[in-house]
Design a protein around this ligand. Structure first.
Ligand SMILES: [Zn+2]
Length: 314
């Protein structure tokens, strides 16, 4: 028996074993007149959550449904379609993707299978990077983190490039596009649903969750959130965490400001990043229980220090 167990572990058969890859229903919550959000768990992808960790949303207009960020896999995209069907039988006409990270867009496949005519739109740089290797890298990463639960997924890369400031009207609802050059990534699109006074922040804004910033710019992310908050909207839909009022953008903005300001001051004073981290840590109690804080805080100080050092030479 022991030998059989060892063989199973060695060949990775445990990981291949779970055949049930269907994603259970997570109810959609109506957050404004036309917008519904399926708030995903604020976790990292695991075999248990099958990679479902983001906030897919959909907007029910007079003519059709517009989807935002349909999740990490074909099965999550199918779950999103099931939640849409509970609310309306209108077809999906458009899908907006907020950035290149695969937990937000690999569900496109399910939408395309059900609605081949639907237009899938994203930042031009998102489309370029997905084709240049990030799609494959994300498929592999999601498979590894979920023990193969996402393996049936194929990358359906958005085909339509968004333009900053562009407005698209679907069934009487206006979608205004806010692109940034370098914020959470170099591929971010924030989508404002004008009539509802709502903006989808993508991962430029998280609420009750700390993001990885490995592809990001602290200064750019801060500017993106300032731009979103200057719109003075009623509803802020974060990439992860609960939809809420302006606090769903401003609390993470304050986190980023504090990390970057401490890093920049540290550079001025000739401190090492780990010294900055020591000094700053007690001032970060407000975010210490946000998932991701323990994993990311040290890295953030280090990344912000590099960015501040670079900025000092500009
Ligand atoms: Zn992201």
């Amino acid at each position: 028996m022991r030998r059989i167990l060892a063989t199973l572990v060695l060949c990775g058969c445990w990981a291949a074993a779970p055949a049930d890859t269907m994603v259970p229903d997570h109810p959609a919550e109506q957050v404004s007149d036309h917008v519904y959000v399926i708030h995903g768990p604020t976790e990292y992808p695991t075999p248990e959550n099958r990679g479902f960790i983001n906030n897919p949303a959909f907007v029910v207009t007079a003519d059709a449904v517009v989807v935002l960020d349909p999740g990490s896999s074909v099965h999550i995209g199918e779950m999103v379609l099931r939640q849409i069907a509970r609310v309306t039988d209108k077809p999906v006409s458009h899908v907006f993707i907020t950035h290149v990270h695969g937990d937000h867009w690999l569900g496109n496949q399910a939408i395309q299978d059900a609605y081949p005519e639907a237009e899938i739109l994203a930042h031009p740089e998102m489309i370029r990077r997905a084709h240049a290797g990030e799609a494959d890298a994300w498929l592999a990463l999601m498979s590894r983190l979920t023990g193969g639960a996402t393996d049936a997924t194929e990358a359906v890369v958005p085909a339509v490039e968004l333009v900053d400031g562009q407005e698209l009207t679907v069934g009487g609802i206006t979608f205004r596009v806010h692109l940034t050059e370098h914020a959470h990534t170099k591929t971010d699109a924030m989508i404002e649903v004008v009539e509802d006074g709502l903006i989808a922040l993508g991962d430029n804004g998280l609420y009750g969750r700390i993001a990885r910033m490995d592809d990001g710019s602290f200064r750019g992310n801060i500017a993106a959130l300032e731009r979103a908050l200057s719109l003075e909207l009623d509803h802020y839909l974060p990439g992860h965490g609960r939809t809420a009022g302006p606090e769903a953008a401003s609390e993470y903005l304050e986190y980023l400001r504090r990390v970057y300001a401490a890093a920049a001051a540290g550079i001025e004073e000739g401190m090492q990043y780990y010294e900055v981290k020591e000094v700053l840590r007690p001032r970060m109690a407000a975010w210490a229980d946000w998932p991701g804080f323990e994993e990311e805080f040290g890295r953030h100080v280090s990344l912000a220090s590099l960015e501040a050092e670079q900025a000092a030479f500009e």
